[in-house]
Design a protein around this ligand. Structure first.
Ligand code: CLF
Ligand code: SF4
Length: 493
C-alpha cells in the first residue's frame, strides 16, 4: 500500500513539526519521479492560479478549504429562489447564514480559522446580499484580511448588476476569482426568475428589469475577462423555466471568456419561504441536472463538484465547520501564525507528486482492460484524493466513471443522513443511501460493517473496503480491472 498522510492526523494538528511528522513514513520512489503539475489540458500559468482553489479545480477540492464571511447583506435584486433569511442554522443552501459580521469581526474570524484549519486557501464573500452592491463592506473586509494573511485567495460572488463599475477596483485588489450568477440571456425568461431589480436609484420590474440585468451581467463578464480575472458562472437550473435555455447561456458566457460554468439544481421547499418554494416550483432530479450538463457539452469547463455552500460555510467542500467558529468562540485579539498553512502546503506538494504517479499507473491498467461499457463507482472520501472514509460516516459519495479510457470524476451524490448513529446503523437511512446511489455498480469505502454490506449485496451493489487508503483513481481502476476479470496489479505509488 502506498504511504499516506491521514487527513485525520492533520485535523487536530496546528504545528508545522507535527505535520511533518505525519510525513515521516517513507514514501516510494514515485515521490521522486513524475510531475505534480495539474490537468494536462491547462496551461501551467492557469493551473498555478487555480491549483489551490477548491471550487475552480476539482483536483484542488481534495486538498483545500474555503470559508465564507457574510459581511455584505444588502442586495439590489430579488430572485424568486431567495428570501435572504437571516438565521436558520438547519438549512444548507446559498444565501443562508446564521451570523452577519462586520469587516473587523470577519478579519478576526478568518485569522482564527487560518490558524486552526491549515487547508484554508480561499476567503469568499457569497451572500446573503450582493458583494458588489454592498461594496464598502466587501472592500473593507478584503483589505483587512489581505493585510493579515497576504497569500489568501480572495473570491467574490455577485449577481452582476453592480459589477461593471467595480471591475477596476476588483482588479486593483488582486481578486483573481469572481463568480457571476447568470440564469438567463433572454429577458422573457428572466422575468420569470427576477420580479424586480434596483438600478440607478429606481426599481425596475418585468422584462425591462431582466434586460438591464442581462446587459450588466454580460458587460461585467467582458470587463473581468479583459482584466485577466478568472470568472465562474453559476446558473440555477429551474425546471420548466430555464432548463432548455441553459445551453444557450453556456454558449454565451463561454464565448465571452468565462473560465468555468457551474449549473446548480434549484433548492425549493415551502419551508424556505421563497416565491418558488411557496408556489410549488420544483427543483430538478439528478438525471435532469446531468442531462442539462451534457447538453452544455460536458467537459472540463463544467463544474460538477459544487456543494451549494452556506454563505457562512467553513472547511472543505462538503463539510461545514461553521459552528466551531461562531463569534462567541473567536478571541478578541488574534495574530496570524503561518506555520500550519505553510507546512500543510508541503504535505500537499508531496502528495500531489505521488497522486500524479498513481493516476498514471491507474491509466496504464485501464489500457489493458478490454472494451467495456463505462460503469459508475461511488467513493467514500474525506479528502486527500483517497478512499479514506468509513461508510457509516459518509454524508456524500464521490461518483467516478470508470472506462477503458480512464477514471473520470462525474459528480457528488449527497445523502440526507449518514448511516451510523452513535454506534448503531439506521436501516431507514440505508434504504435512502442505496436509492441515492441508483446507477452505481460499486461502492468503495475505508470500512463497512456486515449488516450494511449485506443490504448492499441484496440490492445488487458491490461494496468493499479492500482499497482503503488507496488513491481514488488507483482504487477505481483496480476494482474495474478486477471486476472485468483482470488480474489485480500492484498500483502503489
Ligand atoms: Fe465561495 Fe463560491 Fe468562491 Fe467557492 S463557494 S465564493 S467560488 S470560495 Fe464553490 Fe460553494 Fe459551489 Fe460556490 S462549492 S457554492 S461554487
Ligand atoms: Fe438573494 Fe443573492 Fe438573489 Fe440577492 S442576488 S436575491 S442575495 S440569491
Amino acid at each position: 500500500m502506498a504511504s499516506f498522510v491521514s487527513l485525520d492526523s492533520l485535523d487536530g494538528t496546528t504545528t508545522a513539526d507535527a505535520m511533518r511528522r505525519a510525513l515521516a513514513t517513507p514514501g516510494c520512489a514515485a515521490s521522486s519521479c513524475g510531475s505534480a503539475a495539474g490537468p494536462g489540458d491547462l496551461p501551467a500559468a492557469v493551473w498555478d492560479r487555480i491549483k489551490d482553489h477548491p471550487c475552480y479545480s476539482e483536483e484542488a477540492h481534495h486538498w483545500f478549504a474555503r470559508m465564507h464571511v457574510a459581511v455584505a447583506p444588502a442586495c439590489n435584486i430579488q430572485c424568486h429562489y431567495c428570501n435572504r433569511k437571516f438565521d436558520c442554522a438547519n438549512e444548507s443552501r446559498p444565501g443562508v447564514v446564521s451570523e452577519r459580521l462586520t469587516p473587523a469581526q470577519a478579519r478576526r474570524k478568518v485569522v482564527t480559522v487560518a490558524n486552526e484549519v491549515p487547508q484554508l486557501s480561499v476567503l469568499g464573500i457569497a451572500g446573503p446580499g450582493d458583494a458588489c452592491y454592498d461594496w464598502a463592506k466587501t472592500k473593507a473586509t478584503f483589505d483587512l484580511v489581505r493585510n493579515a494573511i497576504p497569500d489568501i485567495k480572495l473570491c467574490l460572488s455577485t449577481n452582476g448588476l453592480a459589477l461593471p463599475e467595480r471591475v477596476d477596483e476588483i482588479a486593483a485588489m488582486n481578486v483573481d476569482h469572481v463568480t457571476i450568477t447568470i440564469n438567463m440571456i433572454d429577458p422573457e425568461i428572466g422575468a420569470r426568475i427576477y420580479p424586480w431589480i434596483f438600478h440607478e436609484h429606481r426599481r425596475w420590474t418585468g422584462i425591462e428589469a431582466s434586460r438591464i440585468l442581462h446587459e450588466r451581467q454580460m458587460l461585467g463578464l467582458e470587463r473581468l475577462v479583459a482584466r485577466g480575472i478568472l470568472v465562474k458562472i453559476n446558473s440555477v437550473l429551474i425546471p420548466g423555466v430555464n432548463d432548455a435555455h441553459l445551453p444557450a447561456v453556456h454558449a454565451a458566457v463561454m464565448a465571452r471568456g468565462a473560465f468555468l460554468h457551474n449549473i446548480m439544481p434549484l433548492i425549493s421547499d415551502p419551508a424556505h419561504g421563497t416565491h418558488y418554494g411557496l408556489t410549488g416550483q420544483r427543483g430538478p432530479t439528478p438525471a435532469e441536472l446531468a442531462a442539462v450538463q451534457d447538453a452544455c457539452g460536458g467537459g472540463a469547463r463544467l463544474m460538477r463538484h459544487c456543494r451549494q455552500c452556506r454563505a457562512d460555510a467553513v472547511g472543505m467542500l462538503g463539510e461545514d465547520r461553521g459552528s466551531e467558529f461562531t463569534m462567541d468562540r473567536i478571541p478578541e485579539t488574534v495574530a496570524y501564525d503561518p506555520s500550519a498553512r505553510d507546512a500543510y502546503r508541503d504535505v500537499v506538494a508531496r502528495e500531489r507528486v505521488d497522486h500524479d504517479a498513481a493516476r498514471r499507473a491507474a491509466a496504464a491498467v485501464l489500457d489493458e482492460v478490454e472494451a467495456e461499457v463505462p460503469v459508475l463507482v461511488a467513493v467514500a472520501t474525506q479528502g486527500g484524493g483517497r478512499v479514506n472514509l468509513h461508510f457509516g460516516k459518509a454524508t456524500e459519495f464521490h461518483i467516478y466513471e470508470a472506462s477503458t479510457i480512464g477514471v473520470r470524476f462525474a459528480g457528488v451524490r449527497r445523502v440526507e443522513e449518514n448511516y451510523c448513529r452513535g454506534g448503531w446503523g439506521e436501516d431507514g437511512y440505508l434504504e435512502r443511501i442505496i436509492a441515492a446511489l441508483a446507477g452505481v455498480e460499486a461502492v468503495l469505502c475505508a470500512k463497512i460493517g456486515a449488516c450494511p454490506a449485506q443490504a448492499f449485496e441484496a440490492a445488487g451493489l458491490v461494496v468493499t473496503d479492500a482499497y482503503a487508503q488507496d488513491y481514488v483513481e488507483t482504487a477505481v481502476a483496480t476494482w474495474f480491472a478486477e471486476a472485468r476479470g483482470r488480474r489485480r496489479r500492484a498500483l502503489t505509488a
